[in-house]
Design a protein around this ligand. Structure first.
Ligand code: G3P
Ligand code: MG
Length: 256
């Protein structure tokens, strides 16, 4: 499997399966990730959170209601408790029984096949976010996945901390909703190598800054061919999509 560095050098545009193939299977589950691999995604994005017993689970929301049959804040549950929840039936009945995976389950599934963007969700109020980073980086290092992993976050203190560590982790700064700074300034401020924003945030001015500074920029969520075209016009190279097959087909057709 190619390292993240090789992927970026070899692919002018990289399709990133957002929460797995989350348009066709329940987000952040092993089925959604397996599906993204099946259609040929070389990069996937997942979100991670920490449980009360310091396990790293793959889950987007702060609360359980939208994507499981549980109730309450995810950070107040242990992994043993979360394991009992159904994380698939909300999407479609045929996915019932799907579980909330551990980061390590995802590493095992993608190993040798794809790279991964681990989005570190902002810490809960009062949470020790340095400990959160320690747990996540230790899990990545002990799975020998560092060369294949890109860490991203809206929480820029976490990114600055990650960038101060000597292991040389790959990092991308997510642009917070109310942040109007140019990508070059955000990278200067955080020390990250890559920048990620929404398509709505990617104005022509941001695109020009990305081009002028040769920044690797990712954009979400690109689910139509029109949006893919616009993102590329504005110099985005990472196309984060819920439908990796669709965007991969589009890029393939462009090359014909
Ligand atoms: O990395 C892009 C995207 O995942 C950031 O937002 O809310 O989908 O995790 P969200
Ligand atoms: Mg995310």
């Amino acid at each position: 499997m190619k390292s993240l560095q090789d992927l970026v050098v070899e692919h002018p545009h990289l399709v990133v399966a957002h929460r797995g193939a989350s348009g066709t299977a329940p987000e952040n589950t092993l089925t959604a990730i397996g599906l993204a691999l099946e259609v040929g995604a070389l990069m996937l994005e997942i979100d991670v959170q920490i449980t009360t017993d310091d396990q790293i689970v793959v889950f987007h929301d702060e609360t359980l209601e939208r994507t499981t049959d549980g109730h309450g804040e995810i950070c107040s549950f242990s992994y043993e408790e979360l394991k009992k929840l159904d994380a698939g039936a909300w999407f479609a009945y045929r996915f019932r029984g799907e579980k909330i995976p551990l980061l390590d389950d995802v590493f095992q599934l993608i190993r040798g096949k794809a790279c991964i963007n681990v989005e570190i969700k902002p810490p809960a109020a009062g949470e020790d976010w340095r400990k959160r980073i320690k747990l996540i980086t230790e899990a990545t290092t002990s799975a020998a996945m560092t060369p294949f992993t890109l860490f991203s976050s809206f929480h820029h203190d976490s990114l600055r901390h990650l960038n101060s560590l000597e292991q040389g982790f790959h990092t991308a700064a997510l642009l917070p909703p109310e942040d109007a700074r140019l990508p070059s300034l955000v990278l200067q401020d955080t020390g990250c190598q890559a920048f990620v924003c929404s398509l709505e945030q990617l104005t022509p001015e941001l695109g020009a800054d990305i081009a002028a500074h040769g920044i690797f920029a990712g954009v979400y969520t690109i689910n139509t061919l029109q949006d893919a075209e616009l993102a590329m016009q504005r110099h985005a190279r990472g196309l984060v999509t819920d439908f990796p097959e669709r965007i991969l087909d589009y890029l393939h057709a462009l090359k014909q």
